[in-house]
Design a protein around this ligand. Structure first.
Ligand code: AMP
Ligand code: ZN
Length: 437
């Protein structure tokens, strides 16, 4: 295979030089972190007073972990290390409600992030002759703008279509000769069913590749999309806390995701003991960003479960590869690419006074897409035989949830005392989506 590199020197840097680079960059990050209210407190407690406290890469283990909860607590500016007037953009995690986890970027940060996304895109074999249809949400979510800038950097023609409206998507694909798509894997499958439904013939399209990410999916799902759409699908991994897309990406070998180690230090730990796992074993990915000045985040517990490949990749890149993410070590659900904690639903419905005491969250596949159903009991004052107030309540719950979690659920109302009560810990989530990873 003819591999191509966006930044050949960095992508193929010998391991020892790459590690020297990381150590230097980590020291700089510690200095930056000490300028934030949050880390100046936390690092001092751990006896880290400056970059010079970090003598070797192993010293990273002296740095305390950072959690999503702490990022929320530090809202709005507790993680900021540069003057406010030097920030040019902010992003937040998908599905964020209440107090967001906000990430700030300087102009320089955006340039560096863009270069990692461009590198990722180029590693899949794309170039400036490609036409890129970005079918993912724009806005606070990083997938839209992150890919948009990276694809422009490669020189591709970018169609910022966003998701939804498949008829329009097909029109764009035909009229502009789209060769590359970016979407969640579930949306790609949905596009394929719609294609058949709407009678779009594959020969009318020039598609070659797709980038699929933002939610876990199996190798079988990848193969299915590849076969149905007759394209190559590349796994794209990122998270807003680490900029967004461009953290880890598959190359043309399509066998594991190269984590760009000049931008990130990756550790894999046992989620219970927080000790490093043995080489090649599965655990929780912990990431330290090296390529951002405005919001330095050290040893972030991603909660994503994965492992490292131990053997080098045939493409010649020296950056290690991650196996596809198999799940999470917390209860976060990802619904059509949008993050959601069950507690967010609870907060909303329990604040509605007509809602009773028990509820259940159900997630299932409906066609290719995820479907969220929220079942709640009604309070004792509501009568199940009067349809009008029941429908009004259903609509109220649906609207309030949509406004806060950006997902429109199906709502079911049940008579007080009829939803199952478990004897031990309440089991609030029933997720019947196939887990074949
Ligand atoms: P966000 O902060 O909204 O960008 O969401 C980031 C989360 O989405 C990650 O922590 C993962 O749980 C999930 N995610 C992103 N990309 C992938 C992927 N390729 N495979 C599995 N999960 C992913
Ligand atoms: Zn490779």
């Amino acid at each position: 295979m003819n591999f191509q590199y966006w930044n050949r020197r960095m992508e193929t840097l010998p391991r020892d030089e790459l590690e020297d680079y990381q150590l230097e960059a980590l020291r700089v990050m510690v200095e930056r972190a000490l300028r934030t209210p949050f880390y100046s407190r936390e690092l001092q407690k751990a006896g880290i007073t400056g970059g010079a406290s970090i003598k070797s890469l192993d010293d990273i283990r002296r740095i305390p972990f950072t959690t999503k909860h702490e990022l929320r607590e530090a809202y709005p500016y507790g993680m900021l290390s540069i003057p406010k007037e030097d920030i040019v953009r902010l992003h937040a995690s998908s599905g964020t409600t209440g107090v967001p986890t906000t990430i700030y970027l300087s102009g320089e940060d955006i340039k560096r992030w863009t270069s990692f996304v461009a590198r990722s895109i180029y590693a899949t074999g794309c170039d400036k002759t490609d036409v890129f249809q970005n079918m993912i949400t724009y806005g606070l979510f990083t997938g839209g703008l992150g890919f948009h800038y990276g694809a422009e950097e490669v020189g591709m023609l970018v169609i910022p279509s966003g998701p939804g409206n498949t008829a329009k998507q097909f029109q764009f694909m035909k009229d502009f000769g789209t060769t590359v798509l970016h979407a969640t894997p579930s949306f790609l499958l949905h596009v394929e069913s719609k294609m058949r439904e709407e009678g779009v013939r594959r020969e009318e399209l020039r598609l070659k590749r797709a980038f699929a990410g933002a939610e876990p999916y199996s190798e079988d799902t990848r193969k299915r999309i590849e076969e149905l759409l007759a394209i190559d699908v590349f796994n794209s991994y990122g998270l807003s806390e680490m900029n967004g897309p461009g953290v880890a990406f598959e190359c043309q070998a399509k066998n594991g995701l190269h984590i760009w180690e000049d931008g990130y230090i990756a550790e894999i730990v046992n989620p219970d003991t927080l000790e490093p796992v043995a080489e090649g074993e599965s655990g929780e990915l912990v990431l330290t960003i090296l390529c951002r000045e405005a919001t330095p985040i050290l040893r972030y517990r991603t909660r994503d479960l994965t492992s490292f490949y131990t053997e080098p990749c045939s493409c010649g890149r020296t950056h290690r590869r991650l196996r596809r993410i198999t799940g999470r070590s917390d209860d976060m659900l990802i619904i059509n690419g949008v993050n959601l904690f069950p507690s967010q639903i609870e907060e909303v419905i329990m604040a509605i006074k007509e809602v009773g005491n028990n509820y259940l969250i159900q997630v299932e596949k409906e066609g290719a897409l995820d479907r969220l159903t929220v079942k709640t009991e009604v309070g004792p004052d509501i009568f199940m035989d009067d349809a009008r107030p029941l429908n009004a309540l259903k609509e109220k719950i649906r609207r309030t949830l949509q406004a806060t979690i950006s997902i429109s659920p199906r709502v079911e109302l049940h008579e007080s005392g009829t939803l199952p009560v478990s004897e031990g810990k309440a089991k609030r989530v029933i997720d019947t989506r196939p887990k074949d990873i």
